[in-house]
Design a protein around this ligand. Structure first.
Ligand SMILES: [Zn+2]
Length: 75
């Protein structure tokens, strides 16, 4: 029983390590998901950001149009 418990503990520890690694790569994924970048101020936006929000950013922050700040994004 003692050995079994030890093995179980080891497995759990390894699982924890894996989870930590997983959360790190998860944040990398989130970073990659932010792939709309304002060409004026380099602020990054989630790829899922809607055009109106980008338009608003461009107008409010820079008095520009969305096409000026986010040339790759279709309205
Ligand atoms: Zn900007």
């Amino acid at each position: 029983m003692g050995n079994g418990a030890k093995a179980q503990q080891k497995r759990e520890r390894n699982a924890e390590k894996g989870a930590a690694k997983g959360s790190k790569s998860q944040s990398k994924v989130n970073e990659a998901a932010k792939s709309i970048i304002c060409s004026t101020c380099r602020q990054s936006f989630f790829i899922t950001t809607r055009a109106p929000a980008l338009e608003e950013h461009a107008q409010n922050k820079h008095s520009k149009t969305m096409a000026d700040c986010f040339p790759g994004v279709k309205a």
